[in-house]
Design a protein around this ligand. Structure first.
Ligand code: PLP
Ligand code: COI
Length: 355
């Protein structure tokens, strides 16, 4: 494995206070970089001071969005250990996104090692207040200086670190979600299952409209029939209907969330019936109207486990349960964050210790 060169910052930055830490606004002292060139592969892995890139205006990423990213977190436990949650899964998913976007794959084990080194170097940036963590953002983008549409021959891989609090200002209080019936996010054969910037660019208009009406995010329907539930802006969605856990199946349009996978594993272990299937929006509305909808929550790295208290659809508002946090939602949140913060045993081998 190629050795990672390290260049330390000469100007360490002041760290933000852990009180009221926002999500994704501060960045640590260092970043990891490596370059790719066709015929040579990934080269020059290095940890360097966090700072701007110098890129030609013709760099392909600016024109055709050949770009992918990931999101995971490093946590500080009560005894000061710093740990990551399932980092291999993120780099495996990055390779799945890479394949779809014609970006060369990365070596999963090498990336985990590089991330561990980076996080260890910037360990003082991992916040210690409850519900805070160091958000990790790996990304790859195309750098060929060319305005024809083809796969770039050169890329930059980068990892930056952001000490962060809750993604939603609501924290663990229920969020309000608007079901989007005009814009669509993905279709089969497209890029819905990847984490590419373009998916998020296309989602912003609906997100802005929802925000103007007081909703945190939109719940996407499928791009063909606008009938089936897909996912929320930055999280997968799950329902407890009549005692069963129901969530959209992964058919190529939904991001295969690592939190989703982890929560479904816990649910099955705890003896719940889990259905991964097509879910019509009308089924959800009917379940709410007939009192069968017991709980609804989203899952994601940034969002953790977020209870949904209210849904809006075609101008009508629907309150989920009593509008508060459901019992099972709370149980999932406590178990997942318990494992991530080292308060509960990691019986699944999900935790990777950094230092
Ligand atoms: N769906 C979308 C669109 C997302 O952006 C995210 C966040 O990464 C998720 C789902 C949840 O995925 P994960 O649990 O791997 O963070
Ligand atoms: C994440 O949960 O890691 C995300 O990437 C969601 C969002 C910040 C885009």
């Amino acid at each position: 494995m190629e050795k990672i060169r390290v260049e330390l910052t000469k100007n360490p930055k002041e760290k933000p206070s852990c009180d009221n830490l926002p999500f994704g606004s501060y960045f640590s002292d260092h970043m990891f970089l490596m370059n790719y060139e066709k015929g040579r592969g990934w080269y020059d892995p290095r940890i360097v001071p966090y700072g701007p890139f110098e890129l030609a205006p013709s760099s392909m990423v600016f024109h055709y969005a050949q770009e992918i990213f990931e999101g995971l977190k490093a946590y500080r436990t009560a005894d000061g250990t710093i740990q990551l949650f399932r980092p291999q899964e993120n780099f495996k998913r990055m390779n799945s996104s890479a394949e779809r976007l014609c970006i060369p794959p990365v070596d999963v084990d090498f990336c985990v090692e590089a991330l561990k080194q980076l996080v260890e170097l910037d360990k003082d940036w991992v916040p210690d207040k409850e519900a805070t963590s160091l958000y990790v953002r790996p990304f790859i983008f195309a750098t060929d200086e060319h305005v024809g549409v083809h796969a770039s021959h050169t890329y930059i891989f980068c990892i930056i670190l952001s000490p962060s609090g809750s993604y939603y200002p609501e924290g663990l209080d229920p969020v309000k979600i608007m079901i989007e019936s005009d814009d669509v996010r993905a279709v089969r054969g497209g890029t819905g299952f990847t984490k590419c910037g373009g998916n998020y660019a296309a989602s912003i208009r609906a997100g802005e409209r929802a925000a103007q009406q007081g909703y945190s995010q939109v719940l996407w329907l499928d791009g063909v029939h606008r009938t089936y539930i897909e996912e929320v802006g930055a999280m997968n969605i799950m329902f407890k209907i009549d005692g069963k856990i129901v969530t959209p199946a992964l058919h190529g349009t939904v991001l295969p969330g690592i939190t989703r996978k982890s929560i479904l594993e816990l649910a099955r272990e705890w003896g719940y019936t889990v259905e991964e299937r097509l879910i019509e929006v009308d089924e959800v509305i009917d379940a709410i109207k007939t009192g069968k909808m017991e709980e609804m929550w989203g899952t994601g790295t940034a969002a953790v486990v977020s209870p949904v208290g209210e849904l809006a659809y075609k101008g009508e508002k629907y309150v989920i349960g009593d509008g508060g946090i459901g019992e099972l939602t709370q149980k999932f949140y406590d178990e997942l964050t318990g494992i991530q913060w080292g308060l509960r045993p990691d019986t699944h081998g999900w935790i990777v210790k950094v230092c």
